[in-house]
Design a protein around this ligand. Structure first.
Ligand code: T4K
Length: 422
C-alpha cells in the first residue's frame, strides 16, 4: 500500500471491502449466554424489576463503588428523570459540545440549558467559565464526561460547593473511567451512564442513574415505574423507564470481560498515537494525569490549515474507504435548529465551535487487528497527500454546507455505508 495511491473518493479502490464500523458491540460467548437464558425461560419474568435487573444493579454499584444504582431503558430517559427528580428550577449549566440528549433532557425537565464553553485541552466543561456563568438562576451544574475521560472534577466540585449547587455528570461515555482512582459514577452527586450498543459496556439499549443519596434513589426508582409506590398507586410523576430483563442479562454476561476490553482499547489507542502523532495537521488530545480512561474513543483534532482538510471532509473521504468515523460533536448542540434561540449565552462558545470543526473519532474496537489499524492510518495519510483534490470532490456534500445550499443533502453515512436512509 502506498500513500500515493488514489483515495477511494477520487476513484481509487476502497481500503476495506466491508464497512469498518466505529465500534463493534461485544456479545457474550453464545454457550454462556444460552446458559443464562435458561433462567429466563424458566421464570418467564421478562421485565418490571426482575431478578436480572436487580442483580445487575447490585453488580454495578459494587463495581463503581457507589451506594445506589437504578437501571433505565436508556441514558436519555435516565437524564430526564434525574433532572426532574431533583425538583430544579431555572438554568442548568452544561456544555454544548455533547450529544443532543444531554440538553434535550434538560428541556424535558423544564430547565433552561445554559451552555458554557469547553476547555480546549480536555474538550470538557471549563471550570473557570462555569464559575463565571453561575448566577441567580443557576440550579445545577451538569458536566459531561466525554470520550472515556473525565471533567476537571476537583475544580467543578469547588465551584458547585461554593454556590451550594448539585454537581451532576452525564457519564454516558465514561463507564469504567477513573479519576484519581475513583470510578466515574462515584464523583458527582448523581451521574448517568449509557449502556447503548455503541458503548464499551452495553445492554443493547440501557442506562443507569447512580447516586449515594438514598432519597433521590428511591424517587428515581418510583419515577421510572409510572410514579407508583404501591400497586397502581401513583404518588409521583412517572413514566416507563424500565430496563427489560433480557438487556440486564446481556449486561451481566458482558461485565466480566470489561477489564480485557479496556486493556485492548488501551493498546489500540497507543498504536494510533504512535502512528498518528507525527502527521502534520493532526493533534491528539493528551490524556490527563489524574484520569485513567476507558479507551473506548480515539478523538483526533484535524487542523484544516495544517492537514488540508477539515474533520468533515476527512470523515467523508474515509467513508468512501468504507471506514466509519464520527465527527462527535458536529454540529454542537447550540447550533442545531431546535436549540438555536433557546439558550442564553454570554459571548458565544468559540472553543466549542472550534472543537466541533476539528474532532474526528476513529474506530476503536476490541477485536481490532494491527493490520486494520494500519490501513486506517494509511487511509488518513493518503487523504492528506491528496487533500486539495479530496476537498474539491467533497464540496457540496458536507453537513456544514447544507444550510448554505438551502437543502438537506443525503447523509453520506446512509448513502455509502447503509445503502439506504435511516
Ligand atoms: N449523553 C452522551 C454524552 C451521549 O454520548 C449519549 C449517547 C447520551 C447521553 C444518550 O445515551 P442513550 O440515550 O443513547 O443511552 C451514537 C449512539 O446512538 C448514542 O448512544 C451515543 N451517545 C452517540 C455518541 O453515538 P450514532 O448516531 O453515532 O450511532 P450509529 O448508530 O451511527 O452507530 C455508530 C457506529 O457504531 C456505526 O459505525 C455503526 C456501529 N454500530 C452501531 C449500533 C447501534 C454497530 O456496529 N452496532 C450497533 O448496534 O449515535
Amino acid at each position: 500500500m502506498s500513500a500515493a495511491r488514489r483515495p477511494a473518493i477520487l476513484g481509487g479502490t476502497p481500503l476495506f471491502a466491508e464497512p469498518y464500523h466505529l465500534v463493534k458491540p461485544a456479545l457474550p460467548p453464545r454457550e454462556e449466554f444460552a446458559g443464562r437464558l435458561r433462567e429466563l425461560y424458566r421464570s418467564r419474568i421478562l421485565t418490571n424489576q426482575g431478578a436480572q435487573v436487580r442483580a445487575l444493579e447490585e453488580r454495578l454499584s459494587e463495581f463503581i463503588g457507589v451506594k445506589h444504582c437504578a437501571l433505565f431503558c436508556n441514558a436519555t430517559v435516565a437524564l430526564m428523570v434525574l433532572l426532574r427528580a431533583l425538583d430544579l428550577e431555572g438554568e442548568v449549566i452544561l456544555p454544548s459540545f455533547t450529544f443532543a440528549a444531554t440538553a434535550q433532557a434538560a428541556l424535558w425537565a423544564r430547565l433552561r440549558p445554559r451552555f458554557v464553553d469547553i476547555d480546549p485541552g480536555s474538550l470538557m466543561l471549563d471550570p473557570g467559565r462555569v464559575a463565571a456563568a453561575v448566577g441567580r438562576r443557576t440550579a445545577a451544574i451538569l458536566g459531561v464526561n466525554l470520550f472515556g475521560s473525565c471533567c476537571d472534577h476537583d475544580r467543578l466540585r469547588a465551584v458547585a460547593d461554593r454556590h451550594g449547587l448539585p454537581l451532576l455528570y452525564d457519564s454516558a461515555q465514561a463507564f469504567g473511567t477513573r479519576y484519581r482512582g475513583r470510578m466515574a459514577g462515584a464523583l458527582g452527586d448523581a451521574e448517568v451512564f449509557s449502556f447503548h450498543a455503541t458503548k464499551l459496556f452495553h445492554t443493547g439499549e440501557g442506562g443507569a442513574i447512580v447516586t449515594g443519596d438514598p432519597g433521590l434513589y428511591a424517587r428515581v426508582c418510583r419515577m421510572r415505574n409510572f410514579g407508583f409506590a404501591a400497586y397502581l398507586d401513583c404518588v409521583d410523576l412517572g413514566l416507563n423507564g424500565k430496563m427489560p430483563e433480557l438487556s440486564a442479562l446481556l449486561g451481566l454476561s458482558l461485565l466480566r470481560d470489561l477489564p480485557r476490553r479496556i486493556a485492548q482499547g488501551r493498546r489500540v489507542c497507543r498504536e494510533y498515537r504512535r502512528r498518528l502523532g507525527a502527521v502534520p495537521g493532526l493533534s491528539l488530545p493528551e490524556p490527563r494525569r489524574e484520569v485513567s480512561g476507558n479507551h473506548s474513543y480515539f478523538p483526533v483534532l484535524v487542523d484544516p490549515a495544517g492537514f488540508g482538510l477539515s474533520n468533515l471532509e476527512l470523515n467523508l473521504a474515509l467513508l468512501h474507504e468504507r471506514i466509519v468515523t464520527r465527527c462527535y460533536f458536529y454540529p454542537p448542540v447550540h447550533r442545531t435548529g431546535y436549540f438555536r434561540g433557546l439558550s442564553r449565552r454570554s459571548g458565544g462558545l468559540p472553543e466549542t465551535d472550534r472543537a466541533a470543526r476539528r474532532v474526528l473519532c476513529l474506530p476503536v474496537r476490541s477485536d481490532m487487528r494491527l493490520e486494520e489499524l494500519e490501513r486506517i492510518v494509511e487511509a488518513i495519510v493518503r487523504c492528506r497527500v491528496h487533500a486539495p483534490a479530496v476537498r474539491a470532490r467533497a464540496a457540496g456534500r458536507l453537513p456544514a454546507e447544507w444550510e448554505a445550499l438551502g437543502e438537506r443533502a443525503a447523509d453520506p453515512y446512509d448513502e455509502l455505508i447503509l445503502g439506504h436512509e435511516r
